[in-house]
Design a protein around this ligand. Structure first.
Ligand SMILES: *Cc1c(COP(=O)(O)O)cnc(C)c1O
Length: 459
């Protein structure tokens, strides 16, 4: 008999979890103005709000932290990190930052000007925020198939090369760079194929533009290339990562994802002029160039994390857990963005809460119901997150309305996955009784989903 798949690690330290009652949760979510970001983590049993900075570090990472060098200038830890990044990506110019959006802030302060256009595949919310906040425009060139959550194609995060080329042809002089998000977070953690990355490169070269990878989950992307794209099955994850980055000019990174650390980020590029242009903004916003908002010990932990995660066993364990949860949802017939992506399940609220009008935010409603049901905290990736149109100030209802259930790296067991699946099934079974959602009572002008306040819409 073939041995079953199991985690590529054993557990060395544990943190007790607290369960709560439905009555407690109903009170807590009301006090949080029906915004799941407003809950204290102790009010949550299984936390799927994000996979960002929520993973468990390995013994090797903790050991590396003891070797950290907290020197302000020239820290040894920085050079460990730099060597590792260069080994994996080929990029030689590195600027550490305290997290991914800080990398965007530093680099975009140099590159993005008012009136610019930055085409890409479903820009991540902070990425879009850093573009629109500079009065520039993020043009989404994702393939249309990404919008059909039930369509089963291997690389649903791809850039539509025709849309990209059209954007370049029409606006070449206004485009500072092209951004490709790997994996495509907003479209459901969906990967981008190597072939597509090559296509983007060819168009960029034709118009003399540079390509930036928003790389938070580049290892997951490499794993999908290995398992889904012809010609990659026998290549190592590290070799695939190198091949991907050979097609880019630089990257912004949220190390809180595939860096396997709880905080951190960086910019890496092959171009000295990008480094020279951005470095002053690092000093202004983040700190000196050899720490950029990070502790020396955290840079050491990140160096080890990047090296560990680009090994097959680590990334395979992670993806297989997400796929395990997806298989449980399949059993119950619960619709989610197919095929399941790398870091999360994106449950399609618009196919479940069909009685809740879009103006009442079905995905947010589903997230609240799931929390009340079992203390499982997910996150709306839908109409609230989409913010308002910067010009018309209307809600943007054109995209998907999803409940995202992120899986933290090396944190929960498959028993927890079972709890999540059954809790969701219980809500799913009474979906037709849910007729109303929520209305906004307060919102911020940008990135509103983090702080939005809501109230239930009554009959
Ligand atoms: C998380 C993330 C960011 C921002 O990184 P932070 O570390 O959260 O600031 C940018 N892009 C993508 C694709 C992300 O997933």
């Amino acid at each position: 008999m073939e041995l079953p798949f199991a985690e590529a690690y054993k557990i060395k330290m544990v943190e007790p979890l607290r369960k709560s009652t439905r009555e407690e949760r109903e009170q807590w979510i009301k006090e949080a103005h029906y915004n799941l970001f407003g809950l204290k983590s102790d009010m949550v049993y299984i936390d799927c709000i994000t996979d960002s900075g929520t993973g468990a570090m390995s013994d090797r990472q903790w050991a590396a932290m003891m070797m950290g060098d907290e020197a302000y200038a020239g820290a040894r830890s920085f050079f460990h990190l730099k060597e590792t990044i260069t080994k994996i990506t080929g990029f030689e110019w590195i600027i550490p930052t305290h997290q991914g959006r800080a990398a965007e802030n530093v680099l975009f302060s140099y590159l993005v000007k008012e009136g610019d256009i930055v085409p890409g595949n479903s820009h991540f919310d902070t990425t879009k925020g850093h573009i629109e906040g500079r009065k520039a425009f993020a043009v989404d060139c994702t393939i249309d198939e990404a919008k059909d959550t039930q369509l089963e194609i291997p690389f649903k995060g791809n850039v539509d090369l025709n849309k990209l080329e059209k954007c370049l042809a029409e606006n070449a002089d206004k485009i500072p760079f092209i951004i490709v998000t790997i994996t495509n977070n907003t479209a459901g953690g969906q990967p981008v194929s190597m072939e597509n990355l090559r296509g983007v490169r060819a168009i960029a070269d034709k118009y003399g533009k540079r390509v930036l990878f928003d790389s938070a989950r580049f290892v997951e992307n490499a794993y999908f290339i290995k398992t889904r794209e012809a010609g990659y099955a026998d290549k190592t994850i590290k070799a695939i990562c190198r091949e991907m980055f050979n097609l880019a000019d630089g990257m912004t990174m949220s190390s809180k994802k595939d860096g396997l650390v709880n905080m951190g980020g960086f910019i890496a590029t092959r171009h000295e002029d990008w480094y020279e242009g951005a470095k002053g903004f690092c000093i202004r916003y983040e700190g000196f160039l050899t720490y950029g908002g990070m502790n020396g010990r955290d840079m050491d932990a990140l160096a080890v994390g990047l090296d560990e995660n680009t090994e097959l066993e680590t990334i395979e364990t992670r993806i297989k857990q997400v796929q395990y949860l997806a298989a449980r949802l399949d059993e119950f017939g619960i619709p989610y963005q197919r095929p399941v992506g790398g870091h999360a399940l994106f449950v399609d609220a618009s196919l479940i809460l069909t009685n809740v009008p879009k103006e009442e935010f079905p995905a947010q409603t589903l997230a609240i119901e799931l929390y009340k049901e079992a203390g499982v905290r997910g996150c709306e990736i839908g109409y609230i997150l989409a913010d308002r149109d910067p010009i018309t100030r209307e809600n943007r209802f054109g995209g998907l309305d999803l409940l995202r259930l992120c899986i933290a790296r090396r944190t929960y067991t498959n028993n927890h996955m079972d709890v999540i699946a059954v809790a969701l099934k219980n809500v799913f079974d009474r979906r037709n009784e849910i007729k109303h959602g929520y209305r906004i009572t307060w919102e911020a002008p940008l990135l509103r989903h983090f702080t939005v306040q809501l109230e239930p819409v009554q009959e």
